[in-house]
Design a protein around this ligand. Structure first.
Ligand SMILES: Cc1ncc(C[n+]2csc(CCOP(=O)(O)OP(=O)(O)O)c2C)c(N)n1
Length: 396
């Protein structure tokens, strides 16, 4: 029996709670997620990471009039729980059961059928443009992970949205992880932006301290102010999102409901495209998943106390592909493997460990993966295609 969760049948019920109650609700939701996924299997770590963010979104916005587009959609369990499908979540991954992804046929709260990554900003921009043509004023919000932001389509959409002047909110759910550790230049940029928060905090503390020191305190603060610009330029990276036309808000603690609600309310008074950068922890609240977020990204049923998968894991096509590839690559150094952020899902972990120099994770970028570096000719391409083939034949 969940004291608060059992009373939430739609976002209107959620809006009646105060922040302390919402924090309590977040705990209950995490326990519920663990109960369901440990018994049925499913996407755990990403959902544990968006509990507070989803609570804040449904507290501030008015769905279904306002539209939330979840990128990939694997992190929509909390959204489903809060939008009238709490009990149905028990049928996850059962025949005839609830979908693990948003489905417009399932609920008016699901605005788009997803599955493939990096589509949310394009979809949200389309919805926002349609809204404007229809003279409506509902809000449109895309929630995209830092992994999905490495996909070309997301960058194309940012490029278009940034110059569009259209009212659209993009929430960047930054947990530093794709399924495995996120890779590439964009994650590196996000890391630099995260440093800004530490910089701003320490800067304020230092200022407060010196302002209290008699006589020499204020001159020190003034001097610091003069050299601040230089320091800032060295510490804070070029604000990429602002430069391409977005108002950047954040970074905000993605597990602090009050801070999230404040920033979401603030975003409602700003015109044009906005990007809110929320920092979250994949697997939040369940230590075993926090420490192994890739293993708990998508998982079959497991024991909550130990995190061990129930039953024996059968050999699947990916595992076979990985083993065969390692055998072939041991004899032929021209064989390399490339994957679009699916090292584990395509059975390439052993290959990556054994041949790190011949293994390329290119981010969630299948289109790019098939074209990049064809020096090694057809063996390479075959490896690459296999990897992508397995992405699309496996459950995503
Ligand atoms: C086009 C495409 N490639 C690969 C996948 C497999 N996939 C599902 S979720 C995911 C990682 C997403 O990472 P992120 O957007 O950061 O979300 P998080 O799970 O970290 O919250 C990947 C690679 C997919 N769904 N679509």
């Amino acid at each position: 029996m969940n004291k608060l969760l059992d009373k939430i049948n739609n976002p209107k019920d959620l809006k009646k709670l105060n922040v302390l109650e919402k924090q309590e609700l977040a705990k209950e939701i995490r326990e519920y997620l663990l109960e369901i996924v440990s018994s049925n299997g499913g996407h755990l770590a990403s959902n544990l990471g968006v509990v507070e963010l989803t609570i804040a979104l449904h507290s501030v916005f008015n769905c279904p009039e306002d539209k939330i587009v979840w990128d990939v959609g694997h992190q929509s369990y909390v959204h489903k729980i809060l939008t009238g499908r709490r009990e149905k979540m028990k049928t996850l991954r059962k025949i005839g059961g609830i979908s693990g992804f948003p489905k417009t046929s399932e609920s008016e709260y699901d605005s788009f059928d997803t599955g493939h990554s990096s589509t949310s900003i394009s979809v949200a921009l389309g919805m926002a443009r349609a809204r404007d043509l229809l003279n409506k004023n509902n809000k449109v919000i895309a929630v995209i992970g830092d992994g999905s932001l490495t996909g070309g389509m997301a960058i194309e959409a940012l490029n278009d949205a940034g110059s569009s002047k259209t009212n659209i909110i993009v929430i960047l759910n930054d947990n530093e992880m794709s399924i495995s550790k996120n890779v590439g230049g964009i994650p590196a940029l996000l890391t630099k932006i995260r440093i800004k928060k530490t910089y701003t905090r320490s800067n304020n503390c230092i200022k407060r301290f010196f302002n209290k020191v008699p006589i020499i305190g204020k001159p020190i603060v003034n001097l610091a102010h003069i050299i601040k610009r230089g320091i800032k330029q060295a510490v804070i990276p070029n604000m990429y999102f602002e430069d391409i036309g977005f108002t950047y808000l954040g970074p905000v603690d993605g597990h602090n409901i009050q801070e999230l609600e404040n920033i979401l309310y603030k975003s409602q008074n700003i015109k044009g495209p906005i990007l809110i950068h929320a920092i979250t922890k994949k697997g939040k609240g369940y230590d075993i998943a926090e420490n192994n977020p890739d293993k708990f990204h998508g998982i079959s049923s497991f024991d909550i106390d130990t995190g061990k998968i129930r039953g024996s894991k059968k050999k699947d096509y990916s595992k076979k592909l990985g083993e065969k590839l390692v055998k072939l690559a041991s004899k032929d150094e021209k064989i390399v493997a490339v994957t679009a952020a699916m090292k584990d899902g395509t059975g390439l972990k052993e290959f990556a460990d054994k041949f790190p120099k011949r293994f390329f994770d290119v981010g969630i970028a299948e289109q790019h993966a098939t074209r990049t570096n064809c020096r090694y000719g057809c063996i390479w391409i075959k490896t690459c295609i296999c990897s992508i083939f397995f992405i699309f034949t496996k459950r995503i």
